[in-house]
Write a protein that binds this ligand. Structure first.
Ligand SMILES: [Zn+2]
Length: 148
């Protein structure tokens, strides 16, 4: 990857995207990935970043083999009463089976399905309660793989 780099002694850092302006003095570093597995094969991941100043975390959805970033990157801010979660659909397969979302403690999540339908999913204790969808919290699985 860096075959022409004359300065290999410099620590390689992933540049922080400028959009992550969470507080007065952002010090955002890459924390860890959470891999999304189907039948023990990784099909994507959620990259987790954290600000050392305000302790907020940011997540980016990465679909394996797809370089373009998703719409969540344009609005990475998360409110204090929300947590990063992944919704898993029992109706879909492959990359359409999961999606990064922000979960409140209770209420309704307006969820856009793979067929671009917006459905209401009930949230209870930061978790989706639905016959066809489940969810998990990203920060509970740092450095791990989650089988969906
Ligand atoms: Zn911050």
């Amino acid at each position: 990857m860096s075959e022409n780099s004359p300065n290999d002694s410099a620590e390689e850092k992933i540049p922080t995207p400028a959009i992550y302006k969470c507080c007065e003095n952002p010090q955002i570093t890459y924390l860890a990935p959470v891999n999304i597995n189907v039948e023990e094969r990784t099909i994507g991941s959620v990259d987790v970043w954290r600000c050392a100043s305000c302790k907020k975390s940011f997540c980016e959805e990465k679909q394996l083999g797809i370089d373009s970033i998703t719409d969540i990157v344009g609005m990475p801010r998360i409110e204090d009463d929300e947590k990063w979660g992944v919704v898993v659909s029992k109706l879909q397969k492959g990359k359409d089976k999961w999606k990064l979302v922000k979960l409140k403690e209770t209420g309704i999540l307006k969820f856009e399905t793979a067929d671009e339908q917006v459905i209401d999913l009930k949230i209870d204790n930061y978790s989706i309660v639905d016959d066809f969808h489940t969810s998990f919290l990203v920060l509970d699985h740092i450095h791990k793989a989650v089988e969906i």
